[in-house]
Design a protein around this ligand. Structure first.
Ligand code: 8BR
Length: 504
């Protein structure tokens, strides 16, 4: 009897908290977006690329297997034992390598990503497979699509810029690239700046459904689940050598930009055929960031983590890039790898197993405090958590900095819900507000309650979403989750960029 009463009290209380958060969203989601519209300008570097989506069909694969004289491929792939596949090269240097990787991914139903290192193979793939339709991708490209409709001044890095890439950007006067003309640096829309055609870099997304049967040599297999294999061709950027005109031009015009969002290091390799390593790629970018900060000490810099397979490259980012940025954004999977890299295997393991919010907070805190970050934001399905150093977010009027950090998260969650449900961002606030109709995540609400107890907030965190945690201000929101998503690609980029820019 007693337990039942408690259950009921709990339920009522839970409903009250949910209703209160719905009200908080309704009242405050615009605050962050209005602040975002007011920023002088943001630079988005260094990864914009054509995403070529290709739905893999049985006939495509079987035809390719017939045409490429690779009886060996068929045999090796069919005999792969799963754990150590007979053929899954680390990089793609031939059509044969490509087929081995694609078949390996399909046989296991496992997401995989590989770089294409050979121009002949790129051309062969274009002819043999092509793609069904292109969309703008890359972390910077994704962010530009989310931010341009809202009216923020954007300088995006898009190199090599052909009309094929330029036409995928949102056509907006506030979204521009930097070009050098007669010794001066001008900002132009990607369409106005692109002078040649063609596909010079592409991120191929080969999607396959569950149960796709493919005949390989004498055998056949069926894909155990739907997944994708990504093959990237990006010879100009795979060592992240920043285009010299961009490098000089941004230094010359640095005072026009208040924010910089850096990302794209996931396309680096540990070693290159010319004998260089990721270090020769990362260090010059880190030095450039330092120079830029000297040119404009007011500029706030955010680094967006992406899924990076190499522990060495991740370590390099922690050592060289993080000391040069103010803010970091990441998801729960990236948090696990960073915690492990930081020498916290037990914490990483706990996170992997239970994803308890207490461990998420501790790992986020650990990354922030060890790297000396002023802001860190973690997004997960159902909630966002953010730690900011007191004073980082300014707030305005009666708002404290903590409030600004919170309303920035609310703005990001509303925009994310809208984009997930509609497939694209709108510049019309009345339209965007429809994101509020999406339901609040029960998982997020449960995590909030657990967190409140853990930090000893006695209900204050659960009610307001903000609380002091050690030397940081903690902001936490349960998010809206869309039951039938139209588009989730690049959502993490949208969330992190919006919340970072809307904070200050
Ligand atoms: P990454 O791109 O870093 O993986 O982040 C994706 C984020 O998108 C998740 O953390 C989650 O917050 C958000 N998201 C996803 Br995935 N599906 C969503 C949905 N159906 N509704 C709202 N947000 C979603």
């Amino acid at each position: 009897m007693g337990a039942m009463v408690l259950d009921r009290t709990d339920r009522v209380r839970g409903e009250q908290v949910r209703e209160q958060w719905e009200a908080t969203y309704r009242e405050r989601w615009r605050e962050g977006l209005t602040r975002l519209q007011g920023i002088p300008g943001v630079v988005l570097g260094f990864h914009s690329v054509i995403d070529g989506l290709k739905r893999v069909k049985k006939a495509d694969v079987e035809r390719a297997l017939e045409r490429v004289p690779v009886y060996g491929v068929a045999r090796e792939a069919a005999e792969g034992d799963g754990a150590t596949p007979a053929g899954s090269p680390e990089e793609i240097r031939s059509p044969r390598d490509f087929l081995l990787c694609l078949l390996d991914s399909m046989q296991k139903g496992k997401a995989m990503q590989r770089m294409i290192r050979d121009a002949g193979t790129f051309r062969w793939l274009m002819e043999e497979f092509g793609y069904d339709f292109p969309r703008l991708g890359g972390t910077s490209g994704n962010m530009s699509s989310a931010l341009a409709p809202i009216g923020v001044g954007i300088l995006v890095y898009a190199n090599p810029l052909t009309t094929d890439l330029a036409e995928l950007f949102v056509p907006a006067e506030n979204l521009r690239v930097l070009v050098e003309e007669n010794g001066a640096y001008a900002l132009k829309t990607p369409r106005a700046a692109a002078s040649r055609t063609g596909v010079e870099a592409i991120h191929w997304i080969f999607e396959y459904p569950e149960g796709l049967t493919v005949r390989v040599g004498e055998k056949s297999f069926a894909t155990p689940r739907a997944n994708r294999f990504i093959a990237s061709w990006n010879p100009v950027n795979n060592q992240l050598r920043i285009d010299p005109a961009f490098r000089r031009g941004l230094l010359a015009r640095a005072d026009e930009f208040s924010h910089f969002i850096v990302s794209g290091f996931h396309i680096l390799s540990e070693t290159y055929p010319d004998g260089t390593t990721y270090k020769e790629c990362l260090i010059p970018v880190a030095e450039y960031l330092a120079k830029l900060r000297r040119a404009n000490p007011e500029m706030l810099v955010h680094y967006e983590f992406a899924s990076i397979g190499s522990a060495r490259i991740r370590r390099g980012i922690v050592d060289w890039i993080l000391p040069r940025v103010d803010s970091l954004g990441l998801n729960e999977v990236e948090l696990i790898t960073v915690a492990r890299d930081a020498g916290e295997p037990a914490l990483a393991e706990r996170l992997e197993k239970s994803e308890s919010i207490v461990d998420v907070l501790e790992a986020t805190y650990l990354v922030a405090s060890r790297s000396g970050l002023r802001r860190i934001q973690l997004h997960n399905l159902g909630y966002y958590l953010c730690l900011t150093s007191p004073g980082y977010a300014e707030g305005s009027g009666a708002d404290t900095g903590m409030d600004a950090a919170l309303s920035a998260l609310l703005a990001a969650a509303t925009l994310a819900a809208y984009r997930t449900a509609q497939g694209a961002v709108s510049g019309d606030f009345a339209e965007l507000g429809s994101g509020l109709a999406q339901p609040l995540s029960s998982r997020g609400l449960a995590a909030l309650r657990e967190l409140d107890e853990y930090v000893g907030a006695q209900g204050e965190l659960e009610k307001t979403g903000v609380f002091r945690y050690r030397e940081y201000d903690l902001a936490f929101i349960p998010t809206k989750v869309v039951a039938e998503p139209v588009l989730t690609v690049g959502l993490g980029d949208l969330i992190s960029a919006t919340a970072f820019l809307a904070t200050k």
